[in-house]
Design a protein around this ligand. Structure first.
Ligand code: GLC
Length: 638
């Protein structure tokens, strides 16, 4: 409902800030009522609503003219700028990839050579050595970690990227802070106001009751969800590691302070902000404390505020949860596409690893019923590997409908990748829960695809097979819809690195085995013909080039999954304005065949097609004729 008092107050502010930009005023008018309603739903009639509005105005007035122009040019695009097939990203740790932020520009030519034009810099802000969780335990949201450089270095790097039409993503760790953050220190000093920034209890009564329904995130290294703090003589909520204190978003001050941090990043020129662990930001007794309706309301509130003040910055929600739950982070009902612009396609990632282990694509196929519901205008971040573990978090029914027993099926996959059974893969179980036997998986793309074993046994055929698997997995992430996000090191075939075991700040967390320390001598081998590095790199380079050349790959809700009638081969059609391209992937170690019948499911099929991957021309036969696949082969048929 239109609230005229509210609009009058806003108009007065527009005047007092001397804002002339009609775009801002329109965006404010369009969002103000919803911002107010959402805030009220969460915080009642808190007088801090005025602070919220002030925060939005400050963010807008502090935004540079240059960034405002960029906002305008992004808004003028026919479709949301981030839906384009031109984007290809890479996640990297500044120190492990290059050294300092000031060392990054020298690496841009390498990234350009590969085709990457979107960088996710892993957490950059001050974080205590040894208790940092790879930077996800933040001590100060506005001070860059000393070993990486300064905020000025970051600003300069953003400008350098912008000049090259490259995009930047960084994290906002919204759910928690390090216990060394100023707020935590003030809380430890006994200041009640700051104790209310966190969840803390005098005894175990509430923690015990809450833990009944809260799943453990790191059951091995940080069991439980509360940590006793001696100084406070209280139990503090620590859902992740014991040194990561959960922020209390029932306190509107916390929300407004963190929103101001989001805006601070927006005004650094960040194109996408990755909201870390958004599923966890609202807690309620008797629930899993994940994916609660209030968490969505908070995210929508952030999105609307960003839409008003810094509209060029998109939001990625890192919700690694069950498929149906992930979908909700795009917003639902009237707020569809008004929550997160991007979500990780964690389901697709996991079913890729499922299919690779089993040689059977049925679970992947069933998962798509859920995933195709993504609203037009929002997009996926598609990935095969990232800095985190692989969780087999898809639904049991997807496994059951494929004819498998969910428990046995997951056990098989975990064993396949962690050495429990004979397989080409080398990886490890991560976060094994002794109570439920639940576990996730660690390991690099190359090692999980068999390269580590193949190299150590000097088996040329196995090396080629593992390269084929790596390429198959990357190809699917490249074309399935969304922005592919590569993980640094994977382009140069880095296998697991076990040196983390020698570092006491990392040895408790085996995710470090797949977070390599880049050795630029090894990376130089990407230019030496026929090295493993070169073969992996050039395949990826070719995939990226192909992606960018195909308009049908833009993420415009233009995908049909095919019924190919072969349990090892999965395929989809991407289409746009009369153009069609078919993508077909063989996940098995055996040669396979499919009949041409499947190509006619969505309209007439061509008589001659070209495989854009191999360059070969293919005469399409009769319905009952076959298209043949080698093990792990894929086709891009136009
Ligand atoms: C996210 C990060 C992960 C981290 C966790 C806690 O899931 O990706 O690396 O451990 O949040 O911040």
């Amino acid at each position: 409902m239109y609230n005229s008092d509210l609009q009058k107050q806003a108009n007065a502010l527009v005047k007092s800030y001397k804002i002339k930009d009609t775009g801002f005023q329109e965006r404010l008018t369009a969002n103000l009522d919803d911002i107010h309603n959402h805030f009220q739903a969460l915080y009642g009639d808190s007088p801090l609503f005025t602070d919220l509005i002030q925060t939005i105005f400050n963010a807008y007035t502090e935004r540079s003219l240059e960034l405002k122009k960029l906002d305008e040019s992004k808004a003028k695009k026919e479709e949301n700028w981030f839906l384009s097939q031109d984007l290809v990203g890479m996640s990297l740790y500044v120190d492990r990839f290059a050294g300092k932020i000031t060392d990054l520009p020298a690496k841009i030519p390498y990234l350009e050579k590969l085709g990457v034009n979107f960088l996710h810099l892993m957490p950059l802000f001050k974080s205590p050595e040894g208790e940092s969780d790879g930077g996800y335990a933040v001590e100060d949201f506005r001070v860059v970690e000393e070993k990486l450089g300064t905020i000025e270095d970051l600003r300069a790097f953003q400008k350098a990227l912008q000049q090259k039409d490259m995009y930047l993503m960084i994290d906002i760790v919204l759910n928690h802070t390090s216990h060394h953050h100023e707020w935590a220190k003030l809380a430890k000093a006994g200041i009640k106001e700051y104790q209310d920034y966190f969840y803390m209890y005098d005894d175990r009564r509430i923690p015990d009751a809450m833990e009944e329904t809260m799943p453990e995130i790191f059951p091995e290294s940080s069991p439980g969800s509360f940590t006793y703090d001696e100084k406070l003589d209280k139990w503090v909520m620590t859902v992740f590691h014991h040194y990561q204190w959960d922020l209390n978003y029932t306190n509107p001050k916390v929300f407004i302070e963190m929103l101001a941090n989001v805006f601070y990043y927006a005004n650094l020129g960040v194109d996408v902000v990755r909201i870390d662990a958004p599923a966890f930001i609202w807690k309620q007794m008797g629930t899993s404390c994940q994916n609660l309706p209030e968490a969505h309301q908070l995210l929508q509130l952030i999105k609307m505020c960003v839409e008003v003040a810094t509209p060029g910055m998109a939001i990625l929600g890192e919700a690694i949860v069950a498929p149906a739950q992930i979908m909700e982070y795009f917003g639902t009902g009237r707020f569809a596409t008004h929550e997160c612009d991007f979500a990780y396609n964690a389901t697709q990632m996991a079913v890729q690893w499922d299919a690779l282990a089993t040689g059977d694509i049925r679970v992947m196929h069933h998962a798509q019923h859920e995933l195709v519901r993504k609203p037009k205008g929002a997009t996926w971040l598609t990935y095969t590997r990232c800095h985190d573990d692989i969780g087999l978090g898809y639904d049991d029914w997807m496994i059951e409908q494929s004819g498998f027993n969910p428990y046995d099926h997951r056990t098989y996959i975990k064993n396949y990748y962690s050495g429990g059974i004979e397989s080409p893969a080398v990886g490890a179980l991560f976060a094994v829960n002794p109570k439920t036997q639940d576990a996730r998986l660690s390991g690099s793309l190359a090692s999980l695809c068999g390269l580590e074993k193949a190299i150590s046994s000097k088996d040329a055929a196995a090396i080629q097979t593992s390269i084929n698997k790596i390429t198959l997995m990357q190809a699917q992430s490249m074309f399935v819809g969304g922005v592919p996000m590569l993980f640094y090191g994977d382009e140069a075939a880095y296998t697991n690195d076990y040196s983390y075991l020698q570092d006491s700040g990392k040895s408790y967390d085996n995710r470090w085995m797949h977070r390599p320390l880049i050795d630029w001598k090894k990376n130089a081998a990407v230019d030496e013909p026929n090295t493993v590095e070169n073969r992996v790199f050039t395949n990826l380079q070719k995939l990226i080039k192909l992606r960018k050349s195909l308009k049908v790959v833009a993420d415009l809700k233009n995908i049909h999954w095919l019924e190919v009638h072969n349990n090892s081969i999965i395929g989809f059609e991407r289409y746009l304005k009369g153009e069609k391209v078919y993508f077909l992937f063989n996940f098995s170690a055996q040669p396979q065949e499919v009949t041409y019948y499947m190509l006619g499911a969505f309209g007439e099929r061509a008589t001659v097609m070209k495989d854009l991957w191999s360059g070969k021309t293919i005469q399409i036969g009769m319905d009952h004729d076959h298209l043949a696949f080698n093990p792990y082969q894929f086709y891009v048929l136009k």
